[in-house]
Design a protein around this ligand. Sequence first.
Ligand code: SF4
Ligand code: ZN
Length: 310
Amino acid sequence: MNICTKCGATPVIISRKASGQMLCKECFIQSITDKVMKGIRRNKLIEKGDKVAVALSGGKDSVIVLDILNSLYKRNVIDLIAIIIDEGIEGYREHGIQIAVKNAQRMGIKHRVASIKDYFGKTLDEIMADDRREHGACTYCGVFRRWIINKIAREEGATKIATGHNLDDETQAILMNYLEGNIDNLTRIGAKSEPKSDKFTVKIKPLREIPEKEVGLYAVASELDVHFDECPYSQESFRGEVGRFIKELSVNHPTIMYSTLKGFDKIKPALKKEFAEKKVGIGTCIKCGEPASHEMCRACLFSKKIHQKE
Ligand code: SF4
Ligand code: ZN
């Protein structure tokens, strides 16, 4: 029978192919918490006194971010707030919101729920129902969600926005932007954002080095109430295709996601030096007053287009 390589206990709940480590439930939970905290310190993601706004969907990733940061909140190291976005995806989002609210309430953390429809007049489903639309669901969703979260975070005086991006998400973003030749986007991938305007709150990714399946296992092992359903639009995207490709490769090459991330972090300073300085300056959107690199921000531009066609 396998025993935990850390404490000798049984049963073992994970056997890590990449490192050969086998861990029992307690040692596994501890190993994730330690790794996240180490990443937070190494990348200076959080400082004492920060007010962190967690973008909470109710899915495993963001609930775990809230759960781990809650330990810092309980020790009065940071203040915490949860921002929950209702994109308007029928049959999927309602359940996620319920779980998100329940988790925030259980931890005694203030939360705010805001919908894309309230701010931009249509749900994501309504936007997608129009076949003259110009983009895929994730593009509208991402642009509107980021706009709302940034606005609420600023209203709440948050100094950081924490998102649930895990190792799989980050590796997908690296490969996807590379395959699309999107070098400018590549220069912005990292554990902590470097905003071009002080109207943008710094974004941090505490789970960046944790593989998705370990995030799922952590949720189960810690008995957290999370939403495991997948968004109905997720498979449509190019990101979904890239994700499936990386997962297939990982079967025979279990360290491939770590090496992609580590390799990328090494070349990023050179990429930034070569490409990031050529960026245009950041101004203010003439419609909403949020930061924009053109006359109008992307959210207002999208909003104008989805209503223009009526
Ligand atoms: Fe939005 Fe796409 Fe994520 Fe669904 S998969 S919640 S549409 S970004
Ligand atoms: Zn705008």
